[in-house]
Design a protein around this ligand. Structure first.
Ligand code: GDP
Ligand code: MG
Ligand code: K
Length: 295
């Protein structure tokens, strides 16, 4: 029996506020991973949702800056574009039927992207066929993206064909995130991703790469979630650095991570974070999988 090659990639969803990015995200991922909100951050992207199939994994993401309204938007849009040029495999540039786009340099940057750009005209349930055709012509002329898809994310119109295009454009690649962790215990996965991000933010050089995070306990109670997580390092000297003078460094990581988790889970978090020396973690299968060396 022949098997289709595994496909995986990052799909960045970008656009102005209120054009329907979150609605589209829900339509694309469905209820399969409702735990994922737009709050969890990773070092690479902000993950909006991950959709796993037997032979594919699509990681939908945006960057934190893009949701800032008004004057900050422009700049964050630019930095998004830079990031997505480096990281995304496919860009979904969401507009809606009402939008008049006036940031020409954003469009120029997107035009220079080395990856496919699918321009989505959302909310077509609110427009006549003629208006939709006008918008298609407008964007064709203005931007000439790889493809243009009129859709209604809210009414699930055009989402299925869009998904088929994503699958066709997705590169052959092993999964980026372990599928079993995502299906069994997605909360733990996001807890460890948040902690990992804070480690990357707070320590220099090789330290972040020497740390592995394991969530030992995740207990949800009525109005608090109790989390115990272990940071494994390879050497005693690294343990000292991670903990810091009088425990200050670890405390900072813990506080930052806790605040993000409270946002993510919309609940009070008690986070018990500790450090352990574990010389062998580099050979740990789970870790190799996480970095995509095996499936
Ligand atoms: P975001 O800020 O880009 O994430 O936009 P949201 O997904 O939060 O949507 C903003 C508003 O537009 C919400 O009130 C949605 O219900 C609405 N919306 C999203 N998609 C559609 C659509 O296809 N048709 C209509 N009529 N409304 C939509
Ligand atoms: Mg949104
Ligand atoms: K997320």
């Amino acid at each position: 029996m022949s098997q289709a090659p595994h496909k995986a990639g990052f799909v960045s969803i970008v656009g102005k506020p209120n054009v329907g990015k979150s609605t589209l995200m829900n339509a694309l991922v469905g209820e399969k991973l409702s735990i994922i909100t737009s709050k969890a951050q990773t070092t690479r992207h902000r993950i909006m949702g991950i959709l796993n199939g037997d032979d594919f994994q699509i990681v939908y993401s945006d960057t934190p800056g893009i949701i800032k309204p008004q004057y900050a938007l422009h700049e964050s849009m630019m930095s998004f574009v830079r990031t997505s040029l480096e990281d995304a495999d496919i860009i979904l540039f969401v507009t809606d039927i009402y939008e008049k786009h006036d940031e020409d340099d954003v469009i120029k940057r997107l035009q220079h992207a080395q990856v496919p750009i699918l321009l989505l005209i959302n909310k077509i349930d609110q427009a006549t066929e003629e208006e939709v055709n006008e918008k298609v012509a407008y964007w064709q002329e203005k931007m000439n993206p790889t493809e243009i898809h009129p859709i209604s994310a809210l009414h699930n119109f055009g989402v299925e064909p869009l998904f088929a295009r994503l699958m066709a454009l997705l590169p052959e690649h092993p999964a980026f995130y372990p599928k079993d962790e995502l299906t069994d215990k997605p909360e733990r996965f996001f807890v460890s991703e948040i902690i990992r991000e804070k480690i990357f933010l707070n320590y220099k050089k090789e330290i972040p790469y020497s740390c592995e995070v394991v969530v030992e306990e995740f207990k949800e109670e009525e109005d608090i979630i109790r989390i115990r997580a272990e940071i494994s390092v390879e050497r005693k000297s690294q343990k000292g650095i991670v903990i810091g003078h009088k425990g200050e460094a670890l405390k900072k990581v813990g506080t930052q991570a806790r605040l993000d988790m409270e946002q993510f889970f919309q609940k009070k978090i008690f986070l018990d974070l500790y450090v352990r020396v574990n010389e062998n973690w580099r050979t740990d299968q789970k870790l190799l999988r996480r970095f995509g060396y095996s499936e």
